[in-house]
Design a protein around this ligand. Structure first.
Ligand SMILES: [Zn+2]
Length: 294
């Protein structure tokens, strides 16, 4: 145990991922400020730490019903989302004054530490196919716990907006070719594409240092249309939140990585900080969630 944090000592190591990502302890500690602001932390699941002990998978909630959900760190080679959310904590506190927020910043700490896409059992930690009628059982213990939590452990308002920050490490699949650099998005949910938050995120990326890639085909055979894939059925937690919880828009952001540090991680984090601001909207803009149901 690390005496300062109560976390396994692995959390103080600098992962050798080739992108200069910080130790896990830095990410965990960034979210401690939320607790001081009155937020609640929930340990949704754990993963085994290499040196023994457990790596916690934590969710943070300020108020229910939740009107917006922020997700990061599902895949271990895609650290920019978790790091952007950690930097965004002071803004989360401010945003939380007007809105119920659920933040799940690092759903796969084991993958982050090992620089591996999936969890220790080799499956996606938030795979939702068992709740979407496509698989008899959860893909792994984390998937069982995480999906159970969003369905039953927290009250998410139908029409809540979701932002899930991924990246697309093209280099991890030898036969996957995707020319060009930049970003693309998935948009899922009822009328999600026309939603102001979707438009703002799209416009933000268009102007960013990782501009939208307008055409291409992902490794999962999805074809981009103007930089967007609409209503994909990929078995992700995003699909679950759209179809079973009624969230909309559910926006999943990707940026193409041709090596762990290409583009450089700090640049990706900066872009995702801008995406977070765009998602919520500037002062004066209405936050795009459904009005409270009576
Ligand atoms: Zn991903």
């Amino acid at each position: 145990m690390s005496s300062a944090t109560g976390l396994p000592s692995d959390c103080d190591l600098s992962p050798s991922a080739g992108d200069e990502r910080p130790p896990l302890s830095q990410i965990y500690s960034a979210f401690e400020s939320l607790l001081r602001a009155g937020w609640r932390a929930i340990e949704v699941a754990t993963q085994p730490a290499p040196s023994g002990g457990a790596l916690p998978i934590r969710a943070y909630v300020n108020a229910e019903p939740v009107g917006a959900v922020l997700i990061g760190g599902i895949h271990g080679r895609e650290p920019a989302g978790a790091l952007a959310l950690a930097r965004y904590v002071p803004r989360l506190v401010e945003r939380g004054h007007k809105l119920g927020l659920l933040v799940m910043p690092l759903l796969n700490p084991w993958g982050y530490l090992h620089h591996i896409r999936y969890g220790p059992s080799g499956a996606s930690v938030s795979d939702s196919d068992h709740l979407l009628g496509r698989a008899p059982e959860p893909a792994c213990p984390e998937a069982a716990a995480i999906t159970n939590f969003v369905m039953d452990g927290v009250r998410i308002r139908p029409g809540a907006a979701v932002l899930d920050l991924h990246e697309d490490p093209v280099y991890e699949a030898p036969d996957y070719q995707f020319e060009g650099s930049g970003s693309y998005i998935y948009v899922t949910g009822a009328d999600a594409l026309a939603h102001p938050a979707s438009r703002r995120v799209r416009d933000c990326l268009e102007r960013s240092r990782l501009p939208l890639v307008l055409e291409g085909v992902t490794r999962f055979g999805e074809r981009l249309s103007d930089g967007i894939i609409v209503d994909t059925a990929d078995g992700s937690i995003d699909e679950l939140l759209a179809r079973r919880v009624g969230c909309s828009p559910v926006i999943t952001v990707e940026n193409l990585l041709h090596a762990p540090d290409s583009p450089p991680l700090p640049q990706r984090v900066e872009v995702y900080l801008d995406v977070l601001e765009a998602f919520f909207g500037a002062p004066g803009e209405e936050f795009p969630c459904a009005p409270p149901s009576s």
